[in-house]
Ligand binder design. Structure first.
Ligand SMILES: [Mg+2]
Length: 284
């Protein structure tokens, strides 16, 4: 049920949602949540908060890694760095739900490690079996049929949410990439070390900002949807990053010009206007 869904599909989905009403996880209604000064955060699992592989893992397990069985297969999982802080911090301000298109048995196995006591998600878990056509936007409508202005989602994919504006689009977590397959059909592989991943820390900042602003308006008896606030929060933090980046670049430029150190950087900066000019010529 993306914003572009046609009328017959919409009716079909509404019927589906009605049939699913009884299996929905217990959740608080919007008024109760707002009284508790909490919003709702829908959390994707794969590539957002963890990565798994069915291939054998060579080498020692490090922190955040574990194995579990899913059907006949053995699965190796790595939880994304800072997941604990992310969940601890945001669970104070948001009612957290898992919304994943993975199958239920897989999600439950993962959650045994991610949230063993059910402190963060409780039984608020929607999986492939519950989500019509893998459409997470429809899942959200199913959970919040009376409006989703207090809801945000975090996911590495935008299409499954119908490109809705209240989604934090997090970069894919890829721990098991650069798979080095061996010959003879062996499934073993080696992990290549990646630079530290702090995407969940950035997401935490933006989501807390949305929460704060939402209740600033709420306290003044005004309403502003999370979608609007989300755009502003993302812009604010991206601008801060750009500003810092610009400042850093400026300082580097001055240093390199004055001291004639790091010549490569100086040349790169000097080349930029030329490239722009060339592009303009091509366009003409
Ligand atoms: Mg995902």
């Amino acid at each position: 049920m993306t914003p572009q869904t046609s009328a017959p599909e919409f009716i079909e989905l509404l019927n589906y949602l009605k049939s699913k009403k009884n299996i929905l996880p217990a959740k608080k209604d919007q008024a109760t949540l707002l009284q508790e000064r909490r919003l709702v955060l829908l959390v994707d699992l794969d590539h957002t908060i963890l990565q798994t592989t069915y291939l054998n893992f060579e080498g020692d397990f490090e922190e955040g890694m574990f194995e579990f069985r899913c059907g006949r297969k053995s699965v190796t999982c790595k939880l994304r760095p800072h997941h604990k802080q992310f969940l601890e911090s945001l669970s104070l301000k948001f009612e957290l739900h898992v919304v994943t298109v993975a199958v239920k048995s897989y999600a439950k196995s993962v959650l045994k490690h991610l949230d063993p006591e059910g402190r963060f998600f409780g039984n608020r878990i929607l999986t492939r079996e519950d989500i019509p056509y893998d459409d997470k936007f429809a899942a959200m409508m199913m959970l919040f049929p009376n409006g989703y202005e207090h809801v945000v989602a975090i996911d590495d994919k935008r299409s499954v949410w119908g490109y809705m504006r209240n989604q934090y689009h997090i970069p894919k977590f890829r721990f098991f990439e650069n798979l080095d397959y061996e010959t003879f059909g062996s499934l073993s592989f080696k992990r290549k070390m990646k630079k530290p991943d702090d995407a969940l820390l950035k997401a935490e900042k933006v989501l807390l900002e949305v929460h704060e602003k939402f209740f600033d308006f709420y306290d003044k008896n005004q309403t502003k949807s999370t979608a609007e606030l989300f755009e502003e929060a993302k812009e604010k933090f991206e601008m801060v990053e750009v500003r810092n980046g610009t400042k850093k670049l400026k300082e580097t430029t001055e240093n390199t010009l004055n001291e004639d150190v790091d010549k490569g950087r100086t040349e790169e900066i000097e080349l930029k206007p030329k490239r722009k000019a060339q592009r303009r010529l091509v366009e003409l």
